[in-house]
Design a protein around this ligand. Structure first.
Ligand SMILES: [Zn+2]
Length: 396
């Protein structure tokens, strides 16, 4: 569904601007009015890293009038493989300063606001409130959830991307218009459940693919051109060179934008894990678990072992794509040296276990933990997957 432009047009373009943006002015629907909207727009880019780099360069080149850049890091040599706003000579400089120079080199007409700070529950609302929309290329979950919460509370569109190894995901979260980030990813994963790019690696050019989609979505939202990625999660596999758009829905009970929201709570509260002490949603649960929606996020990143402990006939009815199979008898036969007979247990990473509703997988997870394997139980089992992730699948 097309949406009205986010930003009203500023004054007429001058002669220099008409030349500079000539290829935009030729575009159907965008034209000089769209260009005036871009010049009037205030866009916040969180993270001057792998995703922020291409997004900043293309937004600057597109003529966005004001770009805010949030980052509290300095440029390191390991960043240069993908963070193309920074050059070799920038190592050791503040990323905001280096990125601001790169923006100005492309577009002297763009005003840059440097936010050399980390977003926190105390400052995120104030920072975000100054902008028309936010591009979130943060490399850590606490910042993503803070940005998501702040955008949802302020009704600001949240153009989000993430990359890992050869994969990327991108969407536009927008409370009131479609799902917010927490509608689809309600809880922060345990710190070790999802490896970061620093641990798992990332192909630099995948950042360009996802970051340029983010810039495109920002231009579309500002100018009201086309159909934004609201309610769709775009999943990119660079090895297979595929892009899949998964429909995602707002959760009426969402603790950030739905009936479960509580504006008196600090930002980030709703998505905090219940066992990390920062949420008081109930007694601490020592067993690591993941929801079906959380599992989908984990699987989309690839390279995880999901073990289905149900019987053969149950798998005939319905299976979670990509799951390995070892029925409970096989799990029980394991030993500390061979915790899952016949399956390769990933070194370091957790093993996810699933059954029909969660009872058998809880037992399997406990057995695995007793053998020294970090195990995460899928809440509600395959039935929760069918209900929450893919209702087109059969159930039993
Ligand atoms: Zn929500």
């Amino acid at each position: 569904m097309a949406r009205p432009p986010l930003v009203p047009p500023g004054p007429e373009l001058d002669r220099t601007e008409r030349t500079r943006y000539a290829r935009h002015l030729l575009l159907p629907d965008l034209g000089s009015t769209g260009q005036r909207r871009l010049r009037a727009a205030r866009v916040l880019v969180v993270g001057a890293g792998g995703l922020g780099s291409p997004a900043l360069l293309y937004l600057a080149a597109a003529g966005v009038g004001t770009l805010g850049i949030v980052d509290d890091d300095v440029v390191e040599a390991t960043n240069l493989q993908r963070q193309v706003v920074h050059g070799d000579a920038d190592v050791g400089r503040a990323k905001t300063a280096s990125a601001a120079d790169a923006v100005h080199a492309v577009s002297p007409l763009t005003t840059v606001v440097e936010h050399r700070e980390r977003l926190t529950a105390d400052n995120a609302l104030d920072v975000v409130a100054d902008y028309d929309l936010v591009l979130d290329g943060a490399d850590n979950f606490p910042t993503r959830y803070l940005v998501g919460d702040a955008c949802a509370r302020l009704g600001v569109p949240h153009v989000w991307g993430s990359v890992f190894r050869f994969d990327g995901q991108v969407s536009v979260w927008w409370a009131g218009e479609g799902p917010c980030y927490a509608c689809v990813f309600p809880r922060q994963p345990p710190p070790d459940a999802v490896p970061s790019c620093a641990v798992g690696g990332v192909l630099g050019a995948v950042c360009a693919s996802i970051g340029s989609v983010m810039a495109t979505e920002a231009v579309k939202l500002v100018t009201g051109v086309g159909e934004p990625l609201v309610g769709r999660l775009l999943v990119h596999d660079a090895l297979g060179q595929t892009w899949d758009a998964l429909p995602v829905r707002a959760d009426a009970a969402c603790r950030v934008c739905g009936s479960g929201a509580d504006a008196t709570r600090p930002l980030g509260w709703a998505s905090a894990r219940e066992d990390d002490g920062s949420a008081d949603a109930g007694p601490a649960d020592p067993r690591p678990t993941v929801t079906a929606l959380g599992l989908r996020d984990v699987l989309a990143r690839g390279d995880v072992l999901l073990v289905d402990v149900r019987e053969a006939g149950e798998r005939e009815v319905v299976t979670i794509p990509g799951s390995a199979w070892l029925p409970m008898d096989g799990v029980r036969a394991g030993t500390p040296d061979d915790p899952l007979p016949g399956l390769d247990v990933p070194r370091g990473g957790p093993v996810y276990v699933v059954c029909k509703t969660g009872a058998r997988s809880a037992e399997a997870a406990a057995l695995l933990r007793s053998r020294g394997v970090e195990a995460v139980d899928v809440e509600g089992g395959v039935l929760a997957w069918v209900r929450d992730v893919d209702p087109s699948l059969p159930t039993y």
